[in-house]
Write a protein that binds this ligand. Structure first.
Ligand code: HEC
Ligand code: HEC
Length: 235
């Protein structure tokens, strides 16, 4: 083989392997901006997942691909970059993961680790069962604590009907556990739900938080971050 041939061969191999290594991009599916939006519309995979029984032991193994960000105990990161997942309702985990897999909830950072190209349907069911089985860590990031009376009043008026007295959510209705969630994560989510960038949100919640100022959001999230810890959310 001559030298020029070898160089061109190694170049094309490099091109091939880099094309192979490029992580697939998250798809984009219609969300809250589309006229026929239904916040809890289920993809075929999600409908299947909701009927499956996850295996906790297998879920623990499959979760290894997630713990670099969400941490081994699934407590996330206190600066709010990564949410706590431990103890979350199975239904909520399945809905949120499905929405990321289908492209209804934008998360380009997580997609390379959670898309269908790396995590199969059974593994999603297993991971959801595993995360649901974990105790809530109860060491979450809290807000500044300077406006709690107002935060509580807002929560009681506008949020408790869905998120519950203790932030236990509602598994049957896909309302997330917010007990023990990081303050800064909750602030960011409420803002993106209000502003439409979390495109898989519940329109009734959007309507409620539309009129919330930044300081309202801070006060209510601070109150939520301090509700006494649940040992285990209801299932
Ligand atoms: C590269 C970092 C990264 C990895 C790896 C990762 N995630 Fe995430 N995940 C995130 C980020 C960032 C968010 C929050 C996105 C946002 O702000 O809306 C998130 C959010 C979530 C949520 C939504 C939680 C909620 O309360 O709404 C679930 C569920 C989730 N991840 C599950 C997983 C699972 C399961 C895996 C592994 C298969 C995984 N993640 C891997 C970064 C990651
Ligand atoms: C009609 C029921 C409903 C009401 C009322 C409601 N929420 Fe929600 N909330 C939801 C649902 C459902 C989600 C998850 C949305 C999705 O599917 O992505 C959510 C998500 C959240 C999240 C993000 C949780 C996570 O794990 O990512 C926070 C924080 C939150 N809500 C706070 C509030 C606050 C504060 C109020 C009151 C001002 C409120 N919600 C009112 C139903 C509601």
């Amino acid at each position: 083989m001559n030298k020029a041939f070898l160089i061109s061969l190694s170049l094309s191999l490099a091109v091939l392997s880099s094309a192979h290594a490029a992580p697939p991009k998250q798809p984009k599916a219609p969300g809250i901006e589309s006229p026929d939006y239904a916040w809890d519309a289920q993809s075929a995979e999600e409908a299947q997942l909701l009927k499956m029984k996850g295996d906790v032991e297998n879920g623990k193994i499959a979760y290894q691909g997630c713990q670099g960000c969400h941490k081994p105990d699934a407590s996330g990161l206190s600066d709010g970059t990564y949410p706590q997942l431990a103890g979350q309702h199975t239904t909520v985990l399945i809905k949120q993961m499905s929405d990321v897999r289908e492209g209804r909830r934008d998360n380009p950072k997580m997609f390379p680790f959670a898309g269908k190209h790396v995590v199969d349907t059974q593994e999603v069911a297993d991971i959801a069962a595993y995360l649901n089985s974990l105790p809530l860590p109860g060491n979450n990031d809290k807000g500044p604590g300077n406006d709690l009376a107002r935060g509580k009043a807002l929560y009681q008026k506008d949020c408790v009907s869905c998120h519950g007295e203790r932030g236990e959510g509602n598994a049957g209705k896909f309302y997330p556990v917010t007990n023990g969630q990081h303050y800064r994560y909750m602030v960011r989510q409420i803002v993106s739900i209000r502003d439409g960038s979390r495109r898989n949100a519940n329109p009734k919640m959007v309507k409620v938080v539309k009129r919330y100022s930044t300081s309202d959001i801070g006060a209510v999230a601070d109150f939520m971050s301090r509700i006494s810890p649940l040992k285990k959310a209801d299932k």
